[in-house]
Design a protein around this ligand. Structure first.
Ligand SMILES: [Zn+2]
Length: 360
């Protein structure tokens, strides 16, 4: 499942900067920890990752101190990395979106799907903990220890992927293979997702408690000339890109999202699109036309921030054209479609003010 490639026992290639990777033999790579951390700046990382941005495209960063799970949503909003904002510095949690973005209809850049320009980098999350190093079959362009014993691996693309559907298919395929988290951050499953920039701290409270200070990230590998095509990554990790050739779930979702919903005041594209943009959309409910699994906007009130058990129904005759919302968690018992509409309208307003391009 993980790879269609063969691996030679005992084969342990070292990183070979200056060499581009072509084909399946790449999967013979094996991680060998280095004694010394690698010196790399966030600027260098950005310059190599996004050097193929067109003039009107920008990479997108966010940075802040403290525990990312506890900060105000607005801290995740971030801004263009051109020029690099002052909040990107070694004492902060620093994040980079995997894609570049073009201006929206308001002529301002936003980290939103509708402003997607291209995906430039691909991330594998939780290497060394949830994902064993033996499963990291492609040599990464960059490998960063983002919490004790836990690494984020980056693959830089040979060419930016400008087809959003192809980019999403790869990301979803890698999530489905257990290669990258789709857990606590509802925004983590699309082209607007963030990973951690190489230089910075991890301010999660559990590390501060354990270490007495935030965890300081360490760069383990930096090989900027090691780059891959989408196909090479998909092939190595067993992601089926051929689903794009037939009507896809993602395609069906887009069609559905764009259907006009005259019963809703907040957007002619409807709630589904707004939730998708905010990273709160999960998937259509199978067998229930117009039903969607979503992440509850009030998930932070759920026990353990549990994400399951929340559905949205598009306006239909069955709900008198109003749409429906049901969350099975105790704190949400009394919430209705009116609350969801209100949330969506607030989200739209804050998004248009660019204070909450990415809300969660
Ligand atoms: Zn809820």
């Amino acid at each position: 499942m993980m790879s269609t490639s063969t691996r030679n026992p005992g084969d342990s290639c070292q990183s070979r900067p200056g060499q581009q990777r072509n084909g399946r033999s790449l999967a013979q790579w094996k991680y060998t920890p280095k004694k010394k951390p690698v010196v790399l700046s966030n600027r260098d990382f950005l310059a190599h990752a996004f050097h193929q941005c067109a003039d009107n495209e920008v990479p997108w960063v966010a940075g802040f101190p403290g525990d990312p799970g506890e900060v105000h949503h607005a801290m995740w909003g971030g801004r263009s990395a051109l020029p690099l904002p002052h909040f990107i510095h070694a004492g902060n949690n620093n994040f980079i979106a995997v894609s570049s973005f073009v201006p929206g209809t308001d002529r301002r850049h936003h980290r939103r799907k509708d402003c997607f320009a291209a995906m430039h980098i691909v991330m594998v999350d939780d290497v060394g903990t949830k994902v064993g190093f033996d499963k990291l079959v492609l040599e990464p362009t960059c490998l960063v220890e983002t919490s004790p014993g836990n690494f984020q691996a980056w693959y830089f693309l040979l060419e930016p992927e400008r087809d959003r559907l192809r980019a999403e298919t790869l990301i979803r395929g890698m999530i489905a293979s257990g290669l990258t988290a789709d857990g606590s951050d509802p925004g983590m499953n699309g082209v607007t997702r963030y990973g951690r920039l190489p230089v910075g701290i991890n301010g999660k409270a559990k590390y501060v408690e354990r270490l007495g200070h935030p965890f300081v990230q360490k760069v383990a590998i930096w090989s900027p000339t090691v780059r891959y095509s989408i196909e090479q990554i998909a092939d190595a990790y067993g992601v089926d890109m051929s689903v794009l050739k037939s009507p896809t779930r993602a395609g069906a979702l887009r069609t559905r999202s764009r259907r006009a919903r005259p019963g809703l005041a907040c957007s002619d594209d409807g709630i589904t699109r707004i939730l998708e943009t905010a990273g709160l959309y999960l998937e259509p409910l199978s067998g229930l036309e117009g039903g969607h699994r979503i992440v509850c906007p009030w998930v932070h009130e759920h026990t353990d921030e549990e994400q399951s058990g929340t559905v949205y129904f598009e306006p239909s005759d069955e709900n008198d054209g109003r749409g429906g919302f049901k969350c099975h968690h105790g704190h949400c018992q009394k919430r209705t479609i009116a609350d969801l509409n209100h949330f969506a309208i607030r989200l739209m307003q804050s998004t248009s003010e660019q204070s909450l391009c990415k809300t969660i």
